[in-house]
Design a protein around this ligand. Sequence first.
Ligand code: NAD
Length: 261
Amino acid sequence: MKSLRGKTALVTGAGSGLGKDIALLLAREGAAVGVADIHLPAARDVVSIIHASGGEALAVSMDVSDEHETEAGTASLVSRFGSIDILVSNAGIQIVSPVHDYTLTDWRKMMAIHLDGAFLTTRTALKHMYAQQTGGCIIYIGSVHSHEASPLKSAYVTAKHGLLGLAKVVALEGAAHQVRAHVVCPGFVETPLVKKQIPEQALELGLSEEAVVKSVLLAGTVDGQFTASSDIAQTVLFLTTFPSAALTGQSITVSHGWGMR
Ligand code: NAD
């Protein structure tokens, strides 16, 4: 028996990296999946993979920082499959620079995608979930940087800390409607987002790329290993299928031990 049969999930930033693997796993578990991305061809490719394996999915063109696109995209998913039961707010970017050089344009872009995006998709998902009266689950993809700081990442660290607050408020307000909320906090996963920052950090810090991987990215892990995107997808699946509000409002770190207390 597939654990998400009859459920509909919206995954943002699902055309690549973590979002793609989360979308594929939720679809394999029987969910109809809205594959939302600002880059529509990438979303369509993921939908093709899901359709080829017998699953249900819809490509959704969505800039998560745009109020109209988040509402219209979510409505199109509900219109196609009849409900939205799971939101995975995953879309994200990285811009690295020391604080004294960080431009206001870049700062606002980071806040718009990470925080406006999480808020806008949450607001529209909650309206549908509350009206459906069948509960739901909202997962924010945070980061170890929801708890820790690193140099050069002021906007990212600020935004990822902010998701913890949003998830806790959604857990509180959603409880009366059987809606749960969590933050999943990955360590470094080798996705395009991370591969792009290795040469950038090497330049900023005056290190080789190998040194950035070993002594910056993976230095805090117990075993020097990258986290796999499948580890994140499995954690999302576990949280979405958990049956009660015994587990809500939590931050779960998946990082080979980086950031553990
Ligand atoms: P990625 O670059 O592989 O994928 C990000 C996706 O988001 C892309 O498909 C991109 O087109 C999409 N996107 C970007 N801006 C968007 C917007 N405005 N609206 C909709 N879609 C948009 O990145 P990833 O590594 O898979 O990161 C996904 C999430 O995981 C991010 O929130 C990131 O901060 C978080 N995260 C990643 C890592 C890691 O090591 N890769 C670690 C911790 C947290």
